[in-house]
Ligand binder design. Structure first.
Ligand SMILES: [Mg+2]
Length: 378
């Protein structure tokens, strides 16, 4: 059995080429935390998460000071046990946020290491549902200076021309009337047969405001409306779901299976967007997905297609992978050495062991938040 010999952790900041906005926030750089977990046999598993647009070192400190000592010297195949050890160790500091993200990336690296140790692609190691490909939607439609509804429509039409059958745009930054004009332009451009989803990124604080938008959106047949409220407003999600014909989706910031149970049981999400790099790693993501399956809820995970493609491929009640076709919004692709292939609306899984890619060490040098890229613990 592989024994964990050492853990390396890095915090990096990757600037966006163009400052980009969604309903309530504006982003100019993205901070990621990266880990490599190495076995005595010299095999390395990797994990990574988005920490936020600042303070990328928060998750790194959790790896260094809370978790590394719980893992080093342990059998990497004891994933459930190691998850519990990390969770118990951080019960005062963690359970959500940066500390849970640190658990998430170490857990991911354990699954990756174990799959690589037996020479299997991750989705096969997990017990595949799909063998070679999964459906993806194009994520875009952000707010940029001078981006008119016509320009937005052209962008979304561009995704359809690339072969996407499903697309997503941002909503909620402008007035209801202006947002309706954006949506109308996009629906007209992409046609009725394209799955069109909307992401409000926690735009609204109360039901009447959300309804003012949702009622205008209904005429354009959106497939889902994502994160209408703050993730803590589970009750508002559930109440809105009863008052609009649009399916409500959420969960990208949520962590731990208990909160997901609350969310699902309330009726606040018919599409669940759990993110394995946020919710507690692949181990917790699978527990959450299994519960969602029992409740008839479909999982369409939040971004990081490099991580979620093999997970969707191993989950019967999973739907689309969220996919960014360039490095303008999700710029993580600059940090890795191999990209997934996309064709006719599908992403194709890597056939090499584990996640199927590695960090691009040369690129990491450009973005490190510390003097040296990796802090090595053994
Ligand atoms: Mg979202």
């Amino acid at each position: 059995m592989p024994i964990i010999e050492r853990i390396s952790v890095a915090a990096v900041s990757v600037p966006l080429d163009v400052v980009t906005s969604f309903s309530t926030r504006t982003v100019s750089e993205r901070h990621y935390c990266l880990v490599k977990v190495r076995s005595r046999e010299g095999i390395e598993g990797i994990g990574f998460c988005y920490v936020g647009s600042a303070a990328g070192e928060l998750a790194k400190v959790a790896v260094e000071q809370l978790f590394a000592k719980k893992l080093i010297g342990q059998e990497s195949m004891r994933v459930e046990g190691l998850w519990q050890d990390m969770y118990s160790e951080s019960i005062l500091q963690g359970r959500a946020g940066s500390v849970m993200r640190a658990i998430s990336i170490l857990d991911t690296a354990l699954w990756d290491l174990n799959a690589r140790s037996v020479g299997l692609p991750l989705h096969h190691y997990l017990g595949a549902y799909a063998i070679d490909r999964v459906p993806a939607y194009a994520s875009g439609g952000y707010y940029l200076e001078g981006k008119t509804p016509a320009k937005l429509a052209k962008e979304m039409e561009g995704y359809v021309k690339l072969g996407f059958k499903a697309v997503k745009m941002k909503v909620g930054r402008l007035s209801p009337k202006e947002e309706e004009a954006r949506l109308k332009a996009v629906r007209t451009a992409v046609g009725q047969d394209i799955v069109l989803t909307l992401d409000a990124n926690n735009a609204w604080r109360d039901l009447p405001t959300a309804l003012e938008y949702a009622k205008r959106f209904e005429a354009y047949n959106p497939y889902w409306l994502e994160e209408p409220f703050s993730p803590d407003e589970i009750d508002l999600h559930a109440r809105l779901a009863k008052m609009t014909s649009i399916t409500i989706a959420t969960g990208e910031m949520e962590a731990g299976r208990w909160r997901f149970r609350e969310l699902i049981d309330s009726g606040g999400a018919a599409i669940l967007q759990s993110d394995a790099a946020v919710c507690g790693g692949i181990t917790e993501w699978r527990r959450i997905s299994a519960y969602a399956g029992v409740k008839g809820v479909t999982v369409c995970p939040h971004w990081f297609h490099d991580l979620h493609t093999p997970l969707v491929a191993a989950t019967p009640n999973a739907g689309y992978v969220e996919y960014f076709s360039d490095d303008q919004v999700l710029n993580f692709r600059r940090l890795i050495d191999k990209q997934l292939k996309f064709k006719n609306g599908d992403l194709f899984m890597h056939s090499s062991p584990g996640l199927g890619f590695n960090f691009d060490e040369k690129e990491l040098k450009k973005y490190s938040l510390g003097k040296s890229i990796w802090s090595v613990l053994k």
